[in-house]
Design a protein. Structure first.
Length: 447
């Protein structure tokens, strides 16, 4: 990969590729999916990939679990994913697991990543789960057989089409109820995925952007844990610097030319401000040069762009947020964990809300803490909101002083409330599956 491998034009290229070549691109395609039309093109790519799966080895055994294998005595939830300390899903899922257990569910975890001795998340998962299977070396059809043999009533995918994914196991339908929850920032696009579990901010309002049946909870899609005790810096940097520092902690694959053009417009309208890229990739000379060149092409001088390799400075990622006054969310592929981390550390984040799930992640975080005023529905508002906030240091200080408390009082820090919402959603999925798949009912979805 190039030092800055921009996603621009990736949708066009993907439409010329055979289905097997699509899955490795799905995550990066989200950074090139802006408009409703783009999202519908992405849906078509998902369908093409799914059709190839249906004809491939993952489908060879046919459906393993039928609707009538689902009865009231079954309460096993299978979690298929790569939970580990660096994994974003862990921050939203781990606090909920004890509450699921307390409500009588049996939890089986199928790990798509290797065992990591001493990893705190894997240690907590092993302590909480009723069973753990390490399936990273198994092909998807064998993973499906393992899930089926364990009698899972509900199979929840946590990886989507990411690197460790075994999501293709869904195609053999090893569980009567199969859903996407908590990590993959899009629809799975699989006919064998029945439900998408989210919240009212996250689920797209436009029809046709989910292949699954959406279940919109009144609580956030997860409950956040920062996994480290880091105090909020008492003052924003502008109080001592005399200028505002915008910044981004977005992963490099989320960067694109249109996004950097948007950030450049903010800097052009806030001429004393600087922009700080907070990433461990900043240690790479080629990465720094490529990002600076993208800004310079739009008239932003190199001295206004700062690169902060926070590990080299002896800071963890949460402490690094203290060096920013305002975070500018990436677009169209926004942040979920980065948004939560940012707000937890008292830094306001301006986000651009779009039609797709990947464009609504930070909106979900802002909605949960009652800070929707930081969410914008078009690019001109995104630029204007960022500049208005930069011109109001007192408001920046107010956010720094109050965001942690607002976050702490929100459902994002109330695992029981979120777990109650999740349990109600799971019960709906069980009841809805019985109703829809009964012989006298309508044709099944995704079978």
């Amino acid at each position: 990969m190039k030092p800055l491998d921009l996603a621009d034009g990736l949708l066009d290229r993907a439409e010329t590729l055979p289905p097997p070549a699509l899955r490795p691109l799905f995550l990066r395609l989200l950074a090139d999916t802006w408009s409703l039309a783009d999202n519908l093109r992405l849906m078509a790519l998902y369908r093409r990939y799914d059709e190839a799966l249906q004809a491939g080895p993952s489908r060879a055994e046919g459906a393993l679990a039928a609707w009538d294998s689902l009865d009231a005595s079954q309460a096993t939830i299978g979690l298929l994913g790569s939970l580990a300390a660096p994994n974003n899903t862990s921050k939203f899922l781990i606090p909920l697991l004890p509450y699921l257990k307390d409500r009588g569910f049996r939890l089986s975890y199928y790990s798509t990543c290797q065992a990591l001795p001493g990893d705190p998340v894997q240690r907590e998962v092993a302590r909480t789960m009723d069973s753990v299977a390490w399936v990273q070396k198994l092909p998807p059809q064998q993973v499906a057989r393992r899930v089926f043999d364990d009698g899972c009533a509900i199979l929840i995918d946590l990886d989507g089409h990411s690197y460790f994914s075994k999501t293709e196991a869904f195609v053999a339908r090893p569980a009567p109820v199969q859903m996407c929850w908590c990590n993959w920032p899009s629809t799975l696009g699989l006919a064998s995925a029945d439900y998408f579990l989210g919240d009212r901010y996250l689920i797209p309002p436009q029809p046709g952007l989910l292949s699954e049946i959406p279940i919109a909870m009144d609580v956030p899609f997860g409950c956040f844990t920062p996994m480290a005790e880091v105090p909020v810096a008492p003052e924003p940097p502008c109080a001592r610097n005399g200028y505002v520092t915008f910044g981004s902690t977005a992963k490099a694959y989320k960067l694109n030319s249109r996004l950097i053009a948007l950030w450049s417009e903010v800097l052009a309208r806030a001429p004393t401000a600087k922009f700080r890229v907070v990433r461990h990739e900043c240690r790479d000379v080629a990465f720094r040069a490529a990002v600076a060149a993208e800004f310079q092409r739009r008239g932003i001088a190199p001295e206004r762009i700062e690169f902060f390799d926070f590990p080299a400075a002896g800071l963890n990622h949460l402490q690094a947020y203290g060096t920013l006054d305002i975070c500018l969310d990436s677009a169209p592929f926004g942040g979920a964990t980065t948004a939560a981390d940012c707000l937890w550390m008292g830094v306001p984040m301006i986000t651009l809300v779009g039609p797709g799930v990947h464009q609504r992640l930070s909106y979900s975080m802002l909605g949960a803490i009652g800070a929707e005023e930081l969410a914008c529905t078009d690019e001109s508002a995104y630029v204007a909101r960022a500049c208005e906030l930069a011109a109001d240091p007192a408001r920046i200080r107010h956010y720094r002083a109050t965001l942690r408390a607002r976050f702490s009082a929100s459902p994002l820090r109330d695992p029981k409330a979120v777990a109650d919402g999740v349990i109600a959603a799971l019960q709906f999925a069980l009841d809805d599956t019985r109703r829809r798949r009964a012989p006298a009912g309508p044709a099944s979805h995704g079978a």
